[in-house]
Ligand binder design. Structure first.
Ligand SMILES: NC(=O)c1ccc[n+]([C@@H]2O[C@H](COP(=O)([O-])OP(=O)(O)OC[C@H]3O[C@@H](n4cnc5c(N)ncnc54)[C@H](OP(=O)(O)O)[C@@H]3O)[C@@H](O)[C@H]2O)c1
Length: 279
């Protein structure tokens, strides 16, 4: 059986690091490990016997995306799994959030994922096979205060991924949306800017943001376990791959509760909703 080639964005820390480390040790796997600064990928050297390609890649840089995809195709002759992991956060109330910072987050979390996927799809269509793993969040299904724009990026990832999955299904390409709750990565710390508090009416949320930042690296989720689950789902459960995979107990509980509440409300409103169709 020929090797499967995985292409992962944002492998310097967090989920990307855990997944790259897991893949680097796996027989039968080629790894394209990408990062903004490849000097942060020395941890992979001990596993490298020619099956690892390190590539500089900022997902907001389209020429770097094209170069990385070409380099992967040249070295390994295809890409079987694309993992759109790179992403960041932003904490602030809706009114106090800085527009430029929010726009940058959209460029990374949404447009970076979109541009990466569009660059890889021609390869997968030609192969008539492939899996696209898109990092959303439980925050792509359920919204908390102070994260409105982060949720905006992840709800966008959910909608785009769900639609894409239907378009590429008959081409042999699958889409898997990852929805973690809190995991011990750099996300809540260095990867999440915080808005400057400027409006006294929102003081309670400033305290909430500070408490959240202090909780960074103490979350329940273990990124190494997440990496193992993602690898196993893509590799051993391809035939019944879910569209959505909540990771972490909080994520699963919250997703189930949210869908139950939505379902109850939609059912209660069903006749009223349907009546809008009648003349
Ligand atoms: N940890 C959680 O609790 C949690 C929960 C739900 C969803 N997520 C999602 O999980 C994904 C991975 O985050 P993480 O938790 O592993 O946090 P992390 O440890 O902060 O890792 C984020 C990764 O994204 C990279 N990145 C940021 N901007 C980039 C850009 N413009 N181009 C390329 N790479 C970029 C970072 O690279 P640098 O080192 O260069 O900054 C880093 O490798 C994100 O999409 C995040 O939204 C995380």
């Amino acid at each position: 059986m020929s090797n499967k080639t995985w292409f992962v964005t944002g492998t310097s820390t967090g989920f990307g690091h855990s997944l790259a480390q897991r893949l680097a040790q796996q027989e039968g796997v080629n790894l394209v490990a990408t990062a903004r600064h490849t000097d942060q990928l020395d941890y992979l050297d001990q596993y490298d016997h020619g099956q690892i390609l390190k590539q500089t890649l900022d997902v907001t840089n389209r020429s770097q995306i094209d170069d990385a995809v070409k380099a992967a195709n040249d070295k390994f002759g295809g890409i079987d799994v694309l993992v759109n992991n790179a992403g960041l956060g932003y904490f602030g109330t809706f009114e106090e959030s800085n527009r430029d910072d929010v726009e940058y987050m959209f460029n990374v979390n949404v447009w970076g994922l979109v541009d990466m996927t569009r660059a890889v799809l021609p390869t997968m269509r030609k192969q008539k096979s492939g899996t696209i793993v898109n990092f959303s969040s439980i925050g792509g299904l359920y919204s908390f205060p102070t994260l409105s724009f982060y949720h905006g990026t992840k709800y966008a990832v959910e909608g785009i991924s769900e639609s894409l999955a239907k378009e590429v299904k008959d081409l042999g390409i699958k889409v898997l949306i990852i929805e973690p709750s809190g995991f011990r990565t750099d996300w809540a710390g260095r990867s999440s800017k915080k808005a400057l508090p400027t409006i006294d009416d929102y003081q309670q949320f400033t305290d909430f943001i500070e408490a959240n930042a202090k909780g960074a690296h103490h979350e329940a989720g273990d990124p190494d376990k997440a990496a193992q689950i993602i690898f196993d789902q893509v590799t051993n459960h391809a035939a019944d791959l879910p569209l959505r995979l909540p990771l972490g107990k909080f994520s699963s509980d919250t997703a189930i509760e949210k869908y139950k509440q939505n379902l109850a409300e939609f059912e209660r409103l069903h006749d009223l909703s349907a009546s809008a169709d009648q003349k």
